[in-house]
Design a protein around this ligand. Structure first.
Ligand code: NCD
Ligand code: ZN
Length: 357
């Protein structure tokens, strides 16, 4: 399909998409957020940064069941589970992960890099034997790619992680499948482009929509505070080019990360943007603005599945151009959840929920 033919299009039907990076929390939070994702996506990779973290296959499968219990009736939604990598993860757990079809890989959190990362890794050198086992058993490594050194400027932490940590890991384990999660910089895009087919990246809607100016426009905007931080415009432009390039190493991962309004709006607010309510509407707007609607299906529905060796979804999903106003908040436990694009008009919405997969 040429861009000209789909410009001004009123609807767009694509293979049902997958969200390759999602936070849904646990317990009482699940019924507030899981329905949003399951109305738009057939599958999602669920992040394991609960407190305590999800470090074992059996914990992940129990967590998966709790998520499934929050999926509205009639929807097909498969949570795929990532395990939390620690310095004490045994090699036997890597083998357990390799043997379970719903365990997608291990998530690396450098200790202190982000929300609930306290149980993460202090010294990556110490877990090289685990990378070795993951390479051997073909278990992917999902990376939060930021160093935590307090002397490194917060806007440089991704670039420095790539230079100091990722390049050596990539070189030492060429067959390890690595996903650099929620990339935010031109350097991350270049790192992916310069490497082999075992290297990929997820890109969020908010890093495509905004640069760091938005975080300070007219005052401080806590609901745009996420990690890795929004960066300068040149980085935003590099991410957009990567997302719409058609290169199969870039795919959709919302990093939607729900936190209550009161935890975000305080003297030390926590990191995370909530985008699950309108994820596809947000992405489609970016692709349309950049004349690339024909590239959305690859990015949202094909590249991620192919990278993880999953079958493409059999069902389709239709987006229609039908303006709607995004709510100013959603209920969330006994508090509220302020979504990205709160009170703003969005042009697209999902028409059909997916049929059986
Ligand atoms: C995420 C969260 O809230 O769990 N926060 C965020 O700012 N993205 C953690 C993460 O993905 O870094
Ligand atoms: Zn995340």
């Amino acid at each position: 399909m040429s861009n000209d033919r789909i410009k001004g299009m009123k609807s767009l039907t694509i293979v049902s998409p997958d969200d390759m990076h999602l936070h849904v929390r646990d317990g009482a939070s699940l019924p507030y957020v899981v329905p949003h994702s399951s109305r738009q996506f057939s599958r999602a990779i669920i992040m394991p940064n609960l407190v305590p973290p999800v470090t074992q296959v059996k914990q992940a499968i129990a967590y998966q069941q709790r998520i499934l219990a929050a999926v509205p009736p009639g929807l097909n939604f498969l949570p795929l589970m990532a395990l939390y990598l620690t310095e004490t993860t045994p090699v036997s757990e890597v083998i357990n992960a390799a043997n379970h079809p719903d365990i997608i890989g291990f998530k690396l959190y450098p200790a202190g890099a982000t929300t609930h990362s306290g149980a993460g890794v202090n010294s990556l050198n110490r877990i090289y034997p685990l990378f070795e086992a993951m390479q051997e058993h073909q278990v992917p490594l999902l990376c939060h790619g930021e160093v935590t050194d307090k002397d490194i400027d917060v806007f440089d932490r991704e670039r420095v992680f790539i230079e100091q940590e990722l390049i050596p890991i990539r070189r030492t384990f060429p067959d390890l499948r690595i996903i650099l999660e929620h990339i935010t910089t031109r350097e991350a895009v270049d790192f992916i482009l310069g490497n082999n087919e075992n290297t990929a990246a997820t890109i969020t809607a908010h890093h495509l929509m905004y640069n760091r100016n938005a975080m300070f426009k007219g005052g401080i905007k806590p609901h745009l505070y996420c990690l890795p931080l929004l960066k300068r415009n040149i980085h935003q432009q590099a991410l957009i080019r990567a997302a719409i390039s058609g290169d199969s190493r870039f795919f959709l991962g919302t990093d939607s990360a729900p936190h209550s309004k009161s935890r975000k709006e305080q003297s030390c607010g926590c990191a995370g943007c909530y985008t699950a309510h309108a994820a596809l509407a947000l992405y489609v707007e970016v692709f349309e603005d950049n004349n690339a609607l024909d590239k959305l299906e690859g990015f949202a529905s094909k590249h991620g599945a192919a990278f993880y060796g999953l079958q493409q979804n059999q069902s389709t999903l239709t987006l229609v151009r039908k303006p709607w106003t995004c709510p100013d908040h959603y209920e969330f436990n006994n508090d509220s959840l302020i979504p990205i694009a709160a009170s703003e008009q969005l042009n697209w919405q999902v028409e059909h929920t997916q049929q059986s997969n």
